[in-house]
Design a protein around this ligand. Structure first.
Ligand code: ADP
Ligand code: MG
Length: 496
């Protein structure tokens, strides 16, 4: 626990994630990001009298899959409740949600502390979850000078809420939690979790208490945390503010505060007295969901390996360094690409290095300067280089056809033209000479031109061979296979 000025922070997160399903939660209206305002609506979404909700089975399945990945208990029966409130983002004046019988109970998320920033495997622990429930998203309001605009495209989209126990103890742990959760959900195809698109949203509850005490302090809920680093920054500010207040003799009042990322401060939105009573009651239009063991095991079978498990496997099975595996496992597409490439050519380290250094550099150069931690990385596909293409390139290096330097040039050519490694190398005339007859002739000539270096080498000065090698490489314009040159030279020198 990171203590500040004699106080410890306690944090609990409420994370909303849109499930990437084709249609909405209770109707067949399509849902996707980027449609023009109010295009994705129908009478059910608009809450017209006489319409009835119909469950989206895929959304329920995805929620159960999240629960299975996070070790939640999946009760046999789960039901739907109406949460009432009056606000223009919700056309029916109630939101269909889950109150006391959610789809998932308990569970936990594995997090890694301090690792990525120190380039070594950090400490791992699990953050406990309270529950995960499924509900419908609401519309989006945009406040303009002379009023507010409302867009119901998002309304009715399937949304899960993941609630943690007060089991997070620093802003950095909150950052690690959200990073891990996002990787896990992206990896399983549950959601793209793009916070800029509102696909993942987080409210953070935070309190402080004197070091050594166990009773939790009064919590403050932070809203408008629009990125993972926003959550961390907002919490840092709020923890300092609460400690400052307590030190000045004030008490913390339970309240909701808004994070202003630009100003770097939180400000009061409302206090507990203004909290509303949602009058939850079971939705009479929807049957409870029954979840059989068969259904659960079927859903479990469709789940991929978890990112941290995959990382441990890469380190153990392929002896890959930690830093490389943390990049590869931060993104499903990268690990799928990597695994496809090593199936084609079995050199995991060289392939992993090529992906994490060269390919990602190309992607970074091509994408905007937005923070990689929060932003969507441009897709590897957009480079037009396939996993098999990368495997072929590394194979050419391993066969001695290309030097590492040439491989970089060939890769740039592959990206520029979309052609195979073979074709690019051919077109650019990049090929190490591995013709030993030809190399032997050039080596002989280099020795003749360099009698001094030959004598010195024979007298025991090992390094003198480099002068001769230099001539060979110059004569071949760098295209001779250095390993072969070394072999041939040593053979010639030994035979006098
Ligand atoms: P509410 O009744 O206000 O909804 P809950 O008990 O349901 O509060 O908790 C909501 C979130 O706040 C959870 O993530 C929980 O872990 C967190 N939380 C609850 N109490 C505290 C506290 N004293 N300090 C920090 N977080 C807390
Ligand atoms: Mg609550």
């Amino acid at each position: 626990m990171a203590s500040v000025d004699g106080y410890d922070a306690v944090i609990g997160l409420e994370v909303h994630v849109q499930l990437g399903t084709e249609s909405k939660m209770f109707t067949d209206a399509p849902y996707y990001f980027g449609a023009s305002p109010n295009e994705l609506t129908n009478p059910v979404v608009m809450g017209m009298p006489g319409t009835l909700p119909v469950l989206n089975k895929r959304a329920i399945e995805k929620t159960i899959q999240v629960g299975l990945m996070l070790g939640c208990e999946i009760p046999q029966v789960s039901k739907w409740d109406r949460k009432h409130y009056y606000y223009p983002d919700m056309p029916k004046n109630y939101q269909i949600s889950q109150y006391d019988q959610p789809l998932c109970l308990g569970g936990s998320v594995e997090i890694e502390l301090d690792g990525p920033s120190r380039n070594v495997m950090g400490e791992h622990r699990r953050v406990s979850l309270t529950r995960i429930h499924l509900e419908e998203d609401v519309g989006k309001l945009t406040h303009v000078a002379d009023g507010s605009l409302v867009d119901y495209n998002r309304a009715g989209a399937p949304l899960i809420e993941i609630v943690t126990e007060p089991d997070i103890f620093s802003p950095e742990e909150a950052f690690a939690f959200l990073t891990s959760l996002r990787n896990t959900l992206q990896n399983a195809g549950i959601s793209d979790c793009d916070m800029e698109k509102g696909q993942m949203r987080c409210d953070a509850n935070v309190s402080v208490k004197p070091v050594g005490t166990t009773k939790l302090g009064t919590k403050v809920e932070l809203k408008n945390l629009n990125s993972i680093s926003g959550v961390r920054n907002g919490l840092r500010y709020e923890i300092d503010r609460q400690i400052r207040e307590l030190k000045a003799g004030a008490t913390i009042v339970q309240q909701t505060r808004r994070w202003d990322a630009e100003a770097g401060v939180t400000s009061l939105m409302r206090t507990k007295e203004e909290a509303q009573d949602y009058r939850y009651f079971p939705d009479p239009d929807l049957m409870p969901v029954r979840i059989s063991e068969d259904w659960k095991s079927q859903l479990a079978e469709g789940l991929p390996e978890l990112p941290f498990d995959r990382q441990r496997r890469y380190m153990a099975d392929y002896s890959l360094p930690y830093t490389v595996t943390s990049v590869l496992c931060s993104n499903r597409q990268l690990s799928v690409f990597f695994e496809e490439a090593i199936r084609q050519h079995n050199n995991p380290l060289a392939i992993a290095n090529l992906i994490t250094n060269d390919l990602l550099r190309e992607l970074g150069a091509a994408s905007s300067g937005s923070e990689v931690e929060d932003g969507e990385r441009r897709s590897l596909d957009s480079l037009g280089v396939s996993a098999v293409g990368v495997a072929d390139l590394v194979a050419m290096v391993d066969k001695g056809v290309l030097s590492n330097q040439m491989a970089k040039e060939v890769l740039s050519g592959m990206i520029a033209t979309g052609q195979s490694a073979e074709a690019v190398a051919e077109a650019k005339g990049l090929r190490q000479s591995s013709d030993s007859g030809e190399i032997e002739a050039i080596c002989r000539q280099a020795m003749e031109e360099n009698p001094k270096a030959v004598q010195e080498f024979l007298a025991g000065n090992e390094k003198s061979i480099n002068a001769i090698k230099g001539r060979v490489m110059k004569a071949t314009q760098g295209k001779a296979n250095p390993t072969l040159v070394d072999q041939v030279l040593r053979k010639l020198l030994a035979s006098g």
